[in-house]
Design a protein around this ligand. Structure first.
Ligand code: MRU
Length: 358
């Protein structure tokens, strides 16, 4: 059941900085094509984030960090430099509202900028690049720790269900929930993965499957609505999935359909875990009710890959995320351990901890 470590593929990152250009693996084209977008301006990056060419809360945060660096190209000095930074940060902040990692990265980027702007544009830009590269690397290290903590909760032979894509593609590398799944597989504790297809944009069917193929982890794809059937037949031992924002009380926003999985898991006594770095926890959001939920174009529901499937007059609502109340969550797997109820307390303690050394 365990994997030969010699055959372990290198950790993939969907983000690369090369000679002043930000390269992003275009996730709208996977799994058919592996194409890298080249972003030279913040507007290119904002467009890529909006179109979900780069997606997943931690990946969006790291991408935004590099976009701040691009934003200072050709900026003036003094007040003009400050105005440019503000404009770029505002452009990026407006791309996707739910994933808090975006705001988290922009707030940290601002601190780096403020600490270096007196030294001039070039120095501020170099400092931002060093910081973005560090963030990129730290995210991978964080995910490896999340993976190790999460794998401890698995028992040999477990069949796990996951939703959306939380792997290397959704982060700077290795993944959060899919990282836990990878670590559990490598520890010889996993029998198989159930992958929800994740309507409407099919992150599960297109991206999680692509990653699991690469990792040689056994999986089967199911429609989102199969979750009740699978659990009623006792074919799922554990659920692990990601989050875009976790409120201070442990309520967690994640890809639409997550709440349904949580309710069915509770009905069948299947432990439901959320895996996320501490940068996904928003202490300023008290409960899930305060989390802004992105609504996307109705075309994503009424069309499938550009082909209209509903009558022309059909109106559709396209909520990109839903909120799972904390009572349904067995544990929140972070880089500092698995947080357990009462979450207000465990979250407060986790956020107060200093970063674990690599
Ligand atoms: O709309 P997406 O594809 O960006 O949504 C992604 C998710 O919901 C993920 O589960 C979440 O961002 C965590 S990714 C490690």
């Amino acid at each position: 059941m365990s994997e030969n470590p010699e055959s372990t593929p290198p950790i993939l990152s969907p983000i690369a900085w090369q000679s002043g250009v930000l390269k992003l693996l275009d996730q709208t084209r996977l799994p058919r094509e592996e194409t890298w977008l080249e972003c030279r301006e913040p507007a290119d990056v904002a467009d890529a984030i909006r179109r979900l060419a780069v997606r997943g809360a931690p990946a969006i945060g790291v991408t935004a960090a590099y976009a701040l660096v691009l934003g200072l190209d050709g900026a003036g000095e003094g007040a003009a430099l400050g105005r440019r930074f503000d404009a770029v940060a505002e452009l990026l902040a407006g791309t996707r509202p739910t994933a808090v990692n975006l705001r988290w990265a922009l707030a940290r980027g601002r601190q780096v900028f403020e600490g270096n702007r007196e030294a001039g544009r070039e120095a501020a830009q170099s400092a931002l690049l060093r910081w973005a590269e560090r963030l990129h690397q730290e995210d991978v290290e964080t995910n490896l720790r999340i993976g190790a903590h999460g794998a401890e909760r698995f028992r040999p032979g477990d069949r796990v269900l996951t939703h959306c894509n939380t792997g290397s593609l959704a982060t700077a590398g290795y993944g959060t929930a899919l990282g836990v799944i990878t670590s559990a597989w490598r520890a010889g504790k996993l029998a198989q993965v159930w992958v929800d297809e994740t309507r409407p944009l099919l992150q599960g069917a297109r991206l999680t499957t692509w990653e699991l193929e690469r990792l040689e982890i056994p999986y089967e794809l199911v429609t989102d609505s199969s979750v009740g059937m699978l659990m009623a037949r006792a074919l799922v031992d554990r659920v692990v999935l990601g989050a875009d924002r976790i409120a201070a009380n442990g309520d967690a926003a994640n890809k639409i359909g997550t709440y349904t999985v949580a309710v069915v898991a509770a009905r069948h006594g299947v432990p439901f875990y959320v895996a996320a770095p501490r940068s996904t926890i928003d202490p300023d959001t008290a409960t899930g009710e305060e989390i802004p939920i992105e609504e996307r174009s109705s075309d994503e529901v009424t069309e499938v890959f550009g082909t209209r499937i509903a009558p022309a007059a059909t109106k559709a609502r396209n909520f990109a995320f839903d909120v799972t109340p904390h009572e349904l969550i067995a544990g929140i797997v972070t880089e500092v351990g698995v947080l357990e109820p009462p979450y207000e307390e465990s979250i407060r303690r986790a956020l107060a901890e200093t970063d674990p050394s690599p």
